[in-house]
Design a protein around this ligand. Structure first.
Ligand code: NAD
Length: 486
């Protein structure tokens, strides 16, 4: 049951906002107000950080394999509670049931992977040119981790940050997204049930510009792990840079991901993957395929195949549906205006382009494909975060790769071809954190490092073993084990 009142989770207890103020949470499925949410303030942030700072030291002394055991129990509890969590994710995002359930399963998988990392918390041993010295590296916890999340996959969002951060021995203060407030609280209750000590994980509710700055400015916060838009990520980077003492900042940001269809591609397979890439989670995925780059020789045949496949996409949030609503009325209005603007600049709608009136007042948009959009148009350059994708016609492979690279982003990308030279050239020449061959633009597992280059991120990778490098500091240890000798 989705609660009607959603509050903070601090020191293992639900807690209202110091101000007593609230804001409303509407369901994207039917625009109904489903809850009132505590509107956090700097005072609430300070309470959560104090609880985390007080708990961090003793949690860091729990051996890593034992910390892993707590995460493993949480993952098992999550699997057992799949229906409850999928329901929360569905109420908050409106995504179809199968996608909400898949999000729960993949979050549990990450917990199990991170449990096993507790037994592989390796450093290195090194040689020393000086006799009687040993040198090694160790992973050290950072302390308090601020985890700031987007709305699109609220459970995966909190799990991707919290599981590795806890495994590394940190305490976490999660800032729920204002549009998906309950998921992180339910996750906190699960961690409590799994045996996580009080204060090691807290959640603050509130509007980003109100609770975000006091959280990242707090000198007790040693790492800010942020996933969200480029604009917010850059502002967090600036805020942290202005602190008297710096903190580590991990930024996982947006994408404008290309999918290239070469003239030797299997067009049916390519259309299937292009549609899935563009419209999964209503295009609200950092890894969504929003630029479909097609060789001239197969352009018309591919466009027809993609439009035909798009017509089969079922819009709705039911068990058989594929493409849910976007997160808010503001998001729907912004997307419709972006499409209208592009049409005004000469683009042509080949599929969708409108809201789904039969599902109103839910925030559903018909899967939309445009062509004739110029490469430098804002629709080609800015992430839309909705079910909108564009087709581009190119002469040959070199033009396709040049176009793929011609945005400020570098998160993911895909190519459809059976030519091994094109495959290897694409892997080498397309600058991004993930490349996919004959598949969709998305696809990450708990063991796979994921992240981007350029404006898609600042070089870190979550999850995989590489996530430990986000939430640990490397400490080099030099031991003179015969102090009687110089
Ligand atoms: P957003 O930047 O609007 O918000 C993200 C979070 O930042 C929210 O919790 C918000 O409350 C908070 N926030 C807002 N202002 C803040 C401030 N001044 N200080 C601190 N926190 C603040 O992003 P969004 O619209 O929620 O999410 C969509 C974006 O997330 C897209 O760009 C998408 O590509 C990106 N994303 C990236 C990945 C990845 O792994 N790279 C994964 C999912 C989503």
């Amino acid at each position: 049951m989705y609660p009607q009142h959603i509050v903070h989770w601090i020191g293992d207890a639900e807690s209202p906002s110091a101000s007593g103020e609230t804001f409303e949470k509407r369901s994207p499925i039917d625009a109904r107000v489903v809850a009132r949410v505590a509107r956090g303030t700097a005072a609430d942030v300070a309470r959560a950080v104090a609880a985390a700072a007080a708990a961090a030291e003793s949690w860091s002394r729990v051996p890593a394999p034992k910390r892993g055991e707590v995460l493993g129990r949480a993952a098992s509890l999550l699997r057992a509670a799949e229906r409850d969590f999928a329901e929360i994710v569905q109420v908050e995002t409106g995504k179809p049931w199968k996608n909400a359930a898949a999000e729960v399963a993949s979050s549990a998988d990450l917990g199990l992977f991170m449990e096993s990392e507790g037994s592989r918390f390796y450093g290195k041993t090194m040689t020393s040119p000086i006799p009687n010295r040993s040198v090694r590296t160790e992973r050290a916890p950072i302390g308090v981790c601020a985890a700031i999340m987007p709305f699109n996959s609220p459970l995966a969002g909190v799990a991707w940050k919290t599981f590795p951060a806890l495994l590394c021995g940190n305490a976490v203060v999660a800032k729920s997204h204002e549009l998906t407030p309950q998921t992180a609280v339910a996750f906190g209750k699960l961690l409590q049930q799994a045996g996580l000590p009080s204060g090691v994980y807290s959640v603050v509710q509130g509007l980003g510009p109100e609770v975000g700055p006091p959280l990242v400015e707090d000198p007790r916060v040693g790492i800010v792990s942020f996933t969200g838009s480029v604009a917010t990520g850059k502002s967090i980077q600036r805020t942290v840079s202005a602190r008297p003492v710096l903190a580590k900042v991990c930024l996982e940001l947006g994408g404008k991901n290309p999918l290239i269809v070469c003239d030797d591609a299997d067009l049916t397979l390519a259309a299937e993957h292009a549609v899935a890439s563009a419209f999964i989670d209503a295009g609200q995925r950092c890894a969504a395929g929003s630029r479909i780059i097609v060789f001239d020789r197969v352009y018309d045949a591919f466009r027809d195949a993609m439009v035909a496949r798009t017509k089969q996409v079922k819009v709705g949030s039911g068990p058989q549906d594929d493409c849910g609503p976007v997160i808010s009325r503001a998001s729907l209005d912004r997307l419709l205006a972006a499409v209208a603007g592009a049409v005004g600049r000469g683009a042509r709608i080949v599929a969708g382009g409108h809201a789904v009136e039969s599902l109103a007042p839910g925030y559903y948009m018909a899967p939309t494909i445009l062509d004739g959009v110029s490469h430098d148009d804002e629709l080609s350059q800015q992430e839309q975060f909705g079910p909108v994708t564009c087709l581009y016609r190119v002469r040959d492979f070199d033009e396709a790769v040049a176009l793929a690279n011609a945005t400020a982003f570098g998160l993911t990308g895909a190519i459809h071809t059976f030519n091994s030279n094109r495959i290897e050239q694409f892997i080498a020449r397309y600058r991004a954190g993930l490349v996919s061959i004959n598949g969709p633009t998305y696809g990450a597992g708990p063991h796979m490092p994921f992240g981007g280059v350029k404006n898609s991120g600042n070089g870190f990778r979550e999850p995989g073993t590489e996530a430990l490098d986000v939430y640990c500091e490397w400490k080099t240890v030099v031991v003179n084990h015969d102090p009687s000798r110089v």
